[in-house]
Ligand binder design. Structure first.
Ligand code: ZN
Length: 100
């Protein structure tokens, strides 16, 4: 029976304060489209089992074959920057722990 690696995702949120105007370009951050919001979206794709030597894995095909219909699997505000000058206000921590 093939053995493959699966990834666990844990999400931790925190509150931050943003200025009313960008310190980089001094534009008002309440204007429509002033902020660039980064996030992660869950998606699925077709794949298959494969074996190379004595290592099993799964190989995915085309990304985005099947996107969720609701936003419940969307992880929002991972990073926030100014849309005009790219000043970065906050970036969420991305940590990878060794496999158990
Ligand atoms: Zn700016």
């Amino acid at each position: 029976m093939p053995t493959i690696t699966v990834t666990d995702v844990a999400i931790r949120s925190r509150d931050i304060k943003l200025p009313g105007t960008c310190p980089g370009c001094h534009r008002c951050l309440q204007a429509d489209g002033a902020l660039k919001l980064w996030g992660f979206a869950d998606e699925s794709r077709s794949g298959r089992l494969r074996r190379a030597g004595d290592v099993d894995s799964v190989a995915g095909l085309v990304l985005g074959d099947d996107l969720p219909k609701s936003g419940e699997t969307f992880i929002d505000n991972v990073a926030i920057s100014c849309r005009y000058c790219n000043h970065m206000f906050v970036e969420g921590a991305f940590t990878v722990w060794p496999a158990r």
